[in-house]
Design a protein around this ligand. Structure first.
Ligand SMILES: Cc1cc2nc3c(=O)[nH]c(=O)nc-3n(C[C@H](O)[C@H](O)[C@H](O)COP(=O)(O)O)c2cc1C
Length: 398
């Protein structure tokens, strides 16, 4: 099949037209364009404007008579960036094209951003006789850019402030922790706390009275400064009630006081234990299991004590468990940071893994047990910093 082709019409090009018609058409086209178009005469003193189109009149508000014969610098003011003016001056001097974004003013004094491009025009001998200027109003784009810049600067400021708040919260949280570990003839202790990037509110504390140790490990709900605040309150209350004999009573009192302080929707999970050479009494307010290894039985027991976090129900009756201690008994207390640490597939480390790992390593020293647990957790997460605070306390009866 042969394709039919339309008979070729001869196109009349601009150059085919008579010269006067060509000039008139070019003139009309220049007048119609939205951009400002200016031509200066480089051979006259101070490079005056000798042609402007209607676009330039619309853009600047100046009439042709106001402009012709003048240098275009009258559109500038003291607010116009001198570096931009210098850039134009240099290009004109070196007879090179340039394109700048310059702040100009209309006849009525309103500012506008002018995307100005200036191109030298040469005669047959190569001499620059004129410059062609094209002006476009880019005020909208500039304003948009400026507001974006402002918003971004404000966000940066906010971000800095938030980072500082978080750092303050972390410092507050760390200041609440004991500076040294207690030394007791019957007990070996090791502790490790890894704080999350966003402060998670873990807390632990020790208090010794006549060779009896009162121990606390806690975890505030929420993050950041709020968590830091409830931890501070809890520490103060722990110091106030630590002399009470029964850990259940300590938890009950702290819970009542926190409730009174009115931390809205903020609670503190906490476990307290009274430990002497022969006996440990434990009570828990919403903390994860405690793991206990007894060498004689060669088993790991998880001690589950039900109880709501402190500050929620002040009349809640907490449970307790009394354990007669034997040499070699090893305890692992922890916040939920390890249990809930996730691997890159989103899988929790979980209680089963903790129990099984602890069973394998519990004959070792507390420090070595902690080292192995944290190393395993780091491998599991694939990074050294946990998503939530992670506190581990290991105690071994000597
Ligand atoms: C064709 C042409 C158009 C120009 N248009 C503008 C303009 O729209 N706005 C502006 O601020 N400067 C414009 N200028 C630049 C100024 O006329 C002047 O060259 C500049 O201010 C630097 O020189 P000066 O130091 O002598 O002022 C234009 C220059 C030429 C040659």
């Amino acid at each position: 099949m042969t394709k039919k082709t339309a008979p070729q019409k001869k196109v009349i090009l601009l150059s085919d037209m008579p010269v006067t018609e060509q000039l008139l058409l070019k003139d009309r086209a220049l007048a119609a364009t939205a951009e400002g178009i200016t031509i200066s005469d480089n051979l006259q003193p101070d490079n005056p404007i000798v042609y402007v189109n209607e676009g330039f009149e619309r853009l600047t508000g100046y009439a042709r008579e106001d402009i012709l014969g003048k240098n275009c610098r009258f559109l500038q003011s003291e607010q116009t960036d001198p570096k931009t003016i210098e850039e134009i001056r240099r290009s004109i001097r070196e007879e090179k094209p340039c394109s700048v974004e310059i702040l100009n003013y209309r006849k009525d004094g309103t500012p506008f951003w002018n995307l100005l491009s200036i191109t030298p025009v040469r005669d047959e001998s190569g001499r620059v006789t004129n410059f062609l200027g094209i002006q476009s109003d880019i005020t909208k784009r500039k304003n948009y850019e400026n507001s974006l810049r402002q918003v971004s600067a404000e966000l940066k400021q906010k971000n800095l402030r938030m980072k500082k708040d978080l750092e303050d919260a972390r410092q507050l949280q760390l200041a609440m922790l004991p500076k040294t570990l207690p030394e007791l003839p019957y007990l070996e202790i090791a502790v490790d706390m890894k704080t999350a990037q966003e402060v998670g509110g873990d807390y632990y504390d020790f208090h010794i009275n006549n060779d009896e140790l009162t121990f606390a490990i806690g975890d505030a709900t929420g993050h950041g400064l709020k968590a830091g605040t409830i931890v501070t309150a809890t520490k103060t209350l722990f110091n106030t009630y630590v002399q009470l004999d029964d850990p259940r009573e300590i938890l009950g009192k702290i819970s009542g006081s926190l409730k009174e302080m009115g931390f809205r929707n903020m609670f503190m999970a906490m476990l307290t234990a009274k430990i002497s050479a022969k006996k440990m009494v434990l009570s828990s307010a919403g903390m994860p299991f405690t793991y206990m290894y007894r060498p004689a039985d060669q088993t790991v027991r998880d001690i589950q004590l039900k109880g709501v976090p402190l500050g929620a129900f002040p009349d809640f009756e907490y449970q307790s468990e009394i354990i007669d201690l034997k040499k070699g008994d090893t305890f692992l207390f922890l916040s939920d940071g390890l249990t809930e640490s996730k691997n890159p597939d989103g899988e929790f480390f979980g209680e089963k893994r903790i129990k099984s790992l602890f069973g394998k390593i519990s004959r070792q020293s507390p420090a070595s047990i902690i080292k192995q647990l944290t190393e395993t957790a780091t491998k599991w997460m694939g990074c050294p910093q946990p998503h939530d605070d992670m506190t581990l306390v290991v105690m071994k009866i000597k």
